[in-house]
Design a protein around this ligand. Structure first.
Ligand code: ADE
Length: 280
């Protein structure tokens, strides 16, 4: 029985890896560790090497056709995965019909996103398959993997860090994992924009004041300011995200243009009135 395994958790993570300690250590000191202690999350780190049928505990071999490096062999990966699936079936008292998503961490996968994190948070069980060396025999991938996921356009030495990144992003969408439910709602990417800047005490630090509007107590004004800051940041740093937000929020720009036009007319009217008064 793995240290973090719980039978009543809301979310069960299962990680197939050659480095189970790396996964366990990552869990102990984080918010995920706290959620695991509270029994909201369950983590099972399975050592693929424990499933090898080789006398020398071998799990890798040379690639057919030549090339650099070694590949993880199909048999231990397949057997480790089957053992995890059987464990899930036993826990849930289901047999055969259980369809668990098996995520293979690879730079050739679809790029991980907040949207995928939210989607995966709705699953009860997730199996992460961490590759090492130059990868895994294609035949076992074809047999067991449902999702190929990359955490970005760079190559890491193994799938453990990507699996931890994914578990962190997924878990914070599981109810009860974050202390304050609100904070999962108003983060960057939640509405397709990057987050606005935040400030806390003191009001003046090294001569720099907190923006006046945040001290005004005018909730609508604060919201408007935050949205404008989010838009400006997103436009500058991630123009493609900005464009897609703008496309699906055209009413925002219509409203804004109308508001600006009203303000322009008001100022014009005031200026005319003032000029008339001065003239007579
Ligand atoms: N394994 C190696 N590099 C990776 C990446 N960028 N994403 C997911 N898995 C990986």
């Amino acid at each position: 029985m793995d240290f973090f395994q719980k039978s009543e958790a809301a979310m069960f993570f299962h990680v197939l890896t050659l480095f189970p300690d790396m996964i366990r250590d990552g869990f102990t000191t984080s918010i995920l560790g706290r959620a695991a202690e509270k029994g909201i999350l369950s983590l099972e780190a399975v050592n693929i090497r424990d499933y090898t049928k080789s006398r020398h505990k071998k799990v890798d071999d040379y690639p057919y056709g030549g090339g650099a490096g070694m590949l993880m062999q199909a048999q231990p990966v397949y057997d480790a995965c089957q053992a995890v699936i059987e464990g899930i079936q036993t826990r849930k008292k289901t047999a055969g019909e259980e369809k668990v998503r098996v995520i293979y961490l690879t730079p050739t996968g679809q790029v991980f996103s907040q949207q995928l994190a939210r989607e995966l948070a709705r699953e009860e069980d997730l199996i992460f398959l961490c590759g090492h060396y130059e990868g895994i025999d294609e035949r076992v991938l074809q047999r067991i993997v449902t999702d190929y996921v990359s955490i970005g356009d760079y190559v890491l030495t193994g799938g453990e860090l990507p699996a931890m990144v994914m578990m962190d992003a997924i878990a914070r969408n599981v109810p009860g994992v974050l202390g304050n439910e609100e904070s999962a709602q108003t983060e960057s990417f939640d509405d397709g924009l990057l987050e606005y800047p935040q400030y806390t005490r003191p009001e003046i630090w090294e001569g720099e004041r907190v923006p006046e509007v945040l001290l005004s107590g005018d909730h609508a004004k604060v919201e408007e300011w935050r949205l404008e800051k989010s838009l400006a940041k997103t436009k500058e740093v991630r123009p493609e995200l900005y464009e897609s937000w703008a496309e699906s929020h055209q009413e925002y720009f219509v409203k804004k243009a109308k508001k600006e036009e009203r303000l322009r007319r008001k100022l014009l009217k005031e200026a005319r009135k003032k000029a008339e008064e001065e003239h007579f």
